[in-house]
Design a protein around this ligand. Structure first.
Ligand code: ZN
Length: 272
């Protein structure tokens, strides 16, 4: 044995110990998961929770089409799963929900369960926010302190805040195509806007934070969160890998900023 044995032992410890330590070292509060009908046959709720373990996910926002998927997970892990009510009874609602009174009635009824922390993730574009359904939705969100998880362009975000400046919005995918200039402008303007980065590979191309995004993370460290988006079943299996990629670029930020984005901002916003 001697020194060689000690060195080999240390090397083995590093190799074996790294994945578990990296997840514990930077736990993730995942803010964009769906357990929709398309995943139910492939993954039981227990299998999903095992994936969350493997991926180092401490808590997670889950919304599903239909909502029963969210309830299945929430029943198994009520403190870990944060239910967000999706206003889609089926996928067919996606295109028309914002002007469908039947969807509003469904949402109001479902909210009586009292378990939801938000409404979404919904798809809503600028010019679609002036309907009675959306006005009432915003009113409900403010009354019940529910966060709107909006897959929207910047114009729709501005329109929602114009309906009520006290509404809280979690902006899905950072607007999907909005650059750091547009995202920064809205964060400067709206104190109740938070941003999650699902599918935004442009924030860290090649594994390092893009300079403009990095500057924005440092300017607004209390507003960003990590999300992945499991809209198809295959993304569940890939979730641990996606979150390790996120950890890799987060670690290149100052430690306190990385922790805020990884889990502290979401923990504060979605306090149990
Ligand atoms: Zn989504």
């Amino acid at each position: 044995m001697g020194r060689l044995g000690v060195c080999l032992g240390a090397l083995l410890l590093i190799l074996v110990g790294t994945p578990a330590r990296s997840a514990q070292d930077l736990p993730i509060f995942e803010t964009h998961l769906h357990y929709s009908e398309n995943s139910w046959n492939s993954y039981s709720p227990e299998a999903i929770l095992a994936i969350l373990d493997k991926a180092g996910v401490m808590r997670a926002l889950v919304s599903s089409t239909p909502d029963d998927g969210t309830l299945k997970l929430h029943t198994k892990a009520p403190t870990r799963i944060v239910p967000i009510l999706r206003p889609y009874r089926t996928r067919q609602d996606m295109a028309t929900w914002y002007q469908d009174p039947a969807v509003l009635a469904y949402v109001e009824e479902r909210l009586k369960k009292g378990i939801y922390k938000g409404i979404g993730e919904f798809h809503l574009s600028g010019g679609q926010t002036g309907t009675p359904v959306i006005r009432r939705l915003v009113e409900l969100a403010v009354q019940k302190n529910l966060i709107l998880h909006a897959h929207s362009d910047d114009r729709a975000v501005e329109e929602l805040f114009a309906l009520n400046p006290n509404v809280k919005i979690l902006w899905a995918h950072a607007g999907m195509s909005a650059g750091p200039d547009v995202v920064g402008k809205l964060l400067d303007r709206y104190q109740n806007l938070w941003v999650e980065l699902a599918l935004r590979t442009d924030v860290a191309p090649g594994g390092s934070p893009d300079p403009a995004w990095r500057a924005l993370f440092l300017r607004h460290p209390d507003r960003f969160m990590i999300g992945t988006d499991t809209w198809v079943p295959s993304r569940w299996e890939a979730l641990p890998g996606y979150l390790d990629e996120a950890r890799a670029w987060l670690r290149q930020l100052p430690r306190d900023v990385a922790e805020q984005i990884a889990f502290k901002n979401a923990t504060r916003l979605f306090a149990p």
